[in-house]
Design a protein around this ligand. Sequence first.
Ligand code: KIV
Length: 271
Amino acid sequence: MANHEDKPWTVPALADAKRAGRKLAMLTAYDAVFARVLDRNGADLILVGDSLGMVVKGHGSTLPVTVDDIAYHTAAVATGLQRTLLVADLPFQADATPERALDAATRLLQAGAQMVKLEGAGPHKLDVIRFLVEREIPVSAHLGLTPQSVLRFGGFKVQGREERAAAKLREDALAVAEAGASLLVLECVPSSLAQAVTAASPIPTIGIGAGPHCDGQVLVLHDFLGLDSGHRRPKFVKDFLADGGSVAGAVRAYCDAVRDGTFPGPEHAYQ
Ligand code: KIV
């Protein structure tokens, strides 16, 4: 279970990787050619993120992204893959009710995704996770800085710094796993909190701005290639193209650094 370089990834293999201490390297992609390069150079998971609203469509947030957008890009990405597990985001309000989420998730799985990701852990989100999982749709949760909450947060800000918020996040992490999620993305939270959540979580955690102790890492493609997408560059980003020499080299350098624990370094983490 520790090495999946040649075998296609499956949902149960993610849990095996956590048990084996084998870190998961995930990147976002939005088209077939990048998906192919990521797939052939060691990425374990690809996310068709609603970040596409910001890095592909040029908006200031992920809120304008629709199910049609995600389905279109998921279908394109899926054509490039042989072994990588494909996760697709449920965009803003696509998970507002279990029925809406089921319609959207069915479209995304039929477009080629193997798992859908949704943000938050409020009671209605836990209902949606249960509803989808009972209907054979694997789910990834996403906690911490959930970009679809940008209006309530008042910006893209680190979450879980105060003890009350940290305790709530620890509870939420257990609740999403209990509801049936198979994966948990932790975005922009202090390293020590991500470390505690990862130790207690029965499902793999994937960090972005969450320090080195998660079971895996994810970066947005444009950030990891050092492209200026017109948004403030967060401190957790590293330009792997600068050292990798080519996109394929950058993917290999990123996957190696995630697996040997050299990325993220202390300079990429929040306290
Ligand atoms: O939309 C996205 O790309 C994401 C990642 C930042 C985890 O959700």
